[in-house]
Design a protein around this ligand. Structure first.
Ligand code: CU
Ligand code: CU
Length: 288
């Protein structure tokens, strides 16, 4: 049966609770932290050697699609009515959004140590101790708007800049690709600080705290953010029926990207599925 991922703002109180309960149950079992570990392990960038499967690469979108599917499957094994909702950050743009409610994601971090003190994932509640990818603090932290170098959530116009590009990705297939839907949505541009970050990256920066970097999965809003990123890819696919994942074939020997990016029919570690395998999600889930 095809299930539906909903806009988080449309969830009923009961649906919010079920999602939170399933996430907390996964955390208790230790499996949530396995997901965090997987993300940390695949957090490599242009400057690193070897294959980039998850970020700064064409497979950014299919990698996270499969990652979300695995997470959703784990949640649905606990409660078959749960799906991963999405956060439309072009609509819910402030700390006052119901997303950050006491019964859902909780709010901003406090001044000073940026510790989140409200909601089910506040460390003080006792259910959410961060164990992976941190060296000191074990609490969830956020820093809305990154006051040290202020940033707004992406606007519709900024998103349109990505959505209106009819080509999936372009050489050199990394964070410097000047054209292509993937890098514009992932959000790397030349420049410095917050100004460099667009769309997907900008949202990580806006939430701040643990949402920055490889350990971002420690903040459960990660899943709602990436559910929306996946929705955007899905919409783009519908709008561009002829446009396929690029590159179709691996970069040749001698190219700077040889052995560093996943081609359309190559398996993505650690999942083993290819970008082509996950191109069509319509038989598994749909977006409301
Ligand atoms: Cu990621
Ligand atoms: Cu991300």
């Amino acid at each position: 049966m095809v299930y539906t991922r909903k806009d988080q703002r449309d969830l009923t109180r009961a649906e919010r609770r079920k999602f939170v309960d399933a996430v907390l149950e996964l955390k208790r079992s230790g499996r949530y932290d396995d997901f965090v570990r997987t993300h940390v392990r695949h957090y490599s960038s242009d400057g690193d050697d070897g294959l980039r499967a998850a970020h700064m690469a064409p497979s950014f979108l299919p990698w996270h699609r499969q990652y979300l599917l695995d997470f959703e499957r784990a949640l649905r094994a606990l409660d078959p009515t749960v799906t991963v909702p999405y956060w439309d950050w072009t609509r819910d743009r402030t700390a006052a959004a119901s997303l950050w409610g006491e019964d859902f994601m909780g709010g901003n971090g406090r001044r000073g140590d940026r510790q989140v003190m409200t909601g089910p994932f506040a460390h003080v509640r006792g259910d959410w101790t961060v164990t992976v990818g941190v060296t000191e603090n074990r609490f969830l932290s956020r820093d809305f708007g990154h006051p040290a170098d202020p940033v707004e959530l992406p606007t519709r116009k900024e998103l349109a800049w990505a959505m209106d590009d009819p080509v999936y990705d372009s050489e050199p297939w990394n964070s410097t690709s000047a054209s292509g839907f993937r890098n514009k949505l992932e959000g790397w541009t030349p420049g410095k600080g917050s100004a460099r970050l667009r769309n997907h990256n900008r949202v990580h920066r806006w939430v701040g705290g643990l949402m920055l970097g490889g350990a971002s999965v420690n903040d459960p809003v990660f899943w709602l953010h990436h559910s929306f990123v996946d929705l955007l890819w899905s919409r783009w696919q519908t709008r561009n029926p002829g446009a396929r994942y690029q590159p179709a074939t691996p970069p040749p020997r001698g190219s700077s990207q040889y052995g560093r990016v996943v081609a359309r029919h190559e398996p993505m570690p650690p999942f083993g599925v290819t970008p082509a395998d996950v191109a069509d999600h319509s038989r598994v889930y749909r977006y409301a």
